[in-house]
Design a protein around this ligand. Sequence first.
Ligand SMILES: [Zn+2]
Length: 173
Amino acid sequence: MIKARPQDAQQPLESLLALSAPPLRWSDVLTYAKYGNPDPARRLLLSEAEWAARLLPAQFQVLRQARTEPPYRNAYCRSYEPGRYACAGCGQVLFDSAAKYHAISGWPSFTQPATRGALRFHFDDSHHMQRVEVRCNVCEGHLGHVSADGPAPAGLRFCINSASLRQAPEGTL
Ligand SMILES: [Zn+2]
């Protein structure tokens, strides 16, 4: 827990809240998937036809049809440029490059979301596997999955499709 000090007073409230928020843990993910996710500050819910008109085909297949892009042959798998990653569907900031790490999975991997309320979690029993699906909390677009085999301290591994993300250089989002 990072406590606010007097010299932090000039910082925006939002950044102080983000710093002081406890990290998301596997028990939190399971609780959200089982009992419901936090309400987002805004929602963007469109028809599938509207999404098809708005998104590139590869983005539509991942975000709206929950497809998985090929491992390694995707934009952000090996990219470690500093900056933030927003949802390709609605622009919500989802991840920060500071939480990105090399998981050797073939997809971009993160240990934490940018903020606690950015994501929503759902149990996914498709493909004969028991997984936890990760979606954008604003537009409910499919992003990927989260598992409990990530690095310490929180132990989470967010395995996310590049096509669901749009990276913006540091300071622009
Ligand atoms: Zn979104």
